[in-house]
Design a protein around this ligand. Structure first.
Ligand code: HEM
Length: 409
């Protein structure tokens, strides 16, 4: 990576499919990028989000700051124990339903089936459920299509992406029906209610987009963490020892409902997640240039986009020695709450648009990965898959299946 940066320079320009992308590779300037008044997050994403969510663009622009804060406060660390109080339990229930003991299966498939429901209910309340297994699987199928083809769906005329459009409409209909049911009962405020306060009748459309941001990032990160851990005996043993120690100290059985205090006592688990996130981070974080300006002496004209590439930035050997290996220990000297501030690490973006769901996402991954490892011993049947590189704006998905066989511990 270092050599490539030397070859291309700290800022280079790509013209691709009618877009001009100025790629910034100098880590010392990442903060300048996030803070620059000449670069705008909203102008970068509005077209895509309004098309995907069938949201009125002018209204979205008007509401964006309030929306951002609604999401941030609904899933803030202060509320995390509350919103995810039964997450480990729900995750285990899903595992019982979808994991065939002793049978070779795709780990990514299992993790999606087991995590989608607990995450959706933590965000929108327990009422957002499914009639039966078939209904859940149909929902999953639509979500997978919507997520997988998102970047094509928001760029091409819908005539070229009929299945993506169909999936989007299915998910929106689902959200509208749940929103109607949810509004009828008295309960604690969920993100649905917060969105309703800001957006009124459009709340299901926004709820669908936040669901996309949550599931399409948190679930693959949990998958990669498990794939790397299960493929590395040393890491696997060390992590299981940490988990077993927590059980022994607390007199927990193998099915604990972990809270935030428990999670703080699992530092090696956090190192494993952080290391997986480093390796599987998204292709780009972008900002539209809204005013001509100069960056390191280069003219950057209005209209194009300046982008950072977390996937490549995280492979810079100056910040991450031996960058291609999965080494959770590289994070051990950093306090857990400072890990994501390490220079060169930009998986959650930055500045005033930094991911508002990052603490919640992290906690969800911790809970699900820990619950999985406490329940099952797994044999991996293939090496960790390659990254598909299809997700420029979300974390990477696997290119091939990663097959495992699970048995109860
Ligand atoms: C753990 C995995 C996650 C990763 C790696 C991730 C990454 C990101 C990144 C890179 C951005 C763009 C930030 C920027 O441009 O500076 C973003 C934005 C966003 N994320 Fe996350 N995210 C994750 C989980 C979540 C979760 C669980 C939620 C919801 C609860 C969420 C909700 C959002 C929203 C709503 C935005 C748009 C913010 C805005 O409108 O300004 N994310 N995320």
């Amino acid at each position: 990576m270092g050599k490539k940066i030397e070859e291309l320079g700290p800022l280079y320009t790509i013209h691709c499919m009618g877009q001009t992308l100025h790629v910034l590779t100098k880590p010392e300037l990442y903060q300048t990028f996030f803070d620059s008044p000449n670069l705008d997050f909203e102008e970068t994403v509005f077209d895509a989000i309004t098309k995907a969510g069938l949201i009125n663009k002018a209204l979205f622009i008007e509401r964006h700051t309030k929306l951002y804060h609604a999401v941030k406060s609904a899933v803030s660390p202060l509320r995390s124990d509350h919103v995810s109080a039964t997450m480990c339990h729900k995750f285990r229930e899903q595992c019982r339903q979808f994991i065939n003991i002793g049978v070779e299966t795709s780990l990514f498939d299992i993790i999606k089936k087991c995590m989608y429901l607990p995450i959706i209910q933590a965000l929108y309340g327990d009422n957002v459920g499914f009639r039966n297994k078939e209904h859940y699987l149909k929902f999953m199928q639509a979500f997978e299509r919507f997520d997988r083809d998102f970047e094509l769906g928001v760029q091409l005329p819908s005539i070229f992406t009929p299945k993506w459009k169909q999936a989007r409409n299915y998910l929106l209909k689902f959200m509208i029906s749940k929103f109607d049911e949810e509004s009828k009962r008295g309960h604690d405020l969920t993100l649905f209610d917060e969105l309703k306060i800001v957006t009124g009748e459009d709340a299901p459309n926004y709820a669908m987009m936040v669901m996309l941001a949550a599931l399409s990032n948190a679930v693959p990160v949990a998958f990669w963490t498990l794939a790397y851990v299960l493929s590395n005996e040393r890491v696997n043993n060390k992590l299981r020892a940490e988990l077993d120690e927590l059980l022994a100290e607390n007199n927990y059985d193998f099915n604990p409902e972990l809270n935030s205090a428990d999670l703080k006592r699992l530092p090696y688990l956090s190192c494993c997640i952080q290391e997986a996130l480093r390796l599987c981070a998204e292709g780009v974080v972008g900002r539209r240039v809204v005013k001509d300006f100069k960056l390191m002496g280069y003219d950057v004209p209005k209209g194009g986009m300046v982008v950072l590439c977390p996937y490549w930035a995280h492979r810079d050997e100056r910040f991450f020695p031996d960058p291609l290996t999965f080494t959770p220990e590289r994070w051990e000297s950093i306090p857990i709450n400072r890990m994501s501030y390490k220079q060169g690490f930009i998986a959650f973006g930055g500045g005033k648009s930094q991911c508002p769901g990052r603490f919640f996402g992290y906690m969800v991954i911790q809970k699900c990965v820990a619950s999985f490892l406490l329940q099952y011993n797994c044999t991996a049947h293939s090496p960790v898959p390659k990254f598909s590189m299809q997700h420029l704006v979300g974390v990477q998905h696997p290119m091939e299946d990663f097959k495992v066989t699970c048995n109860y511990r």
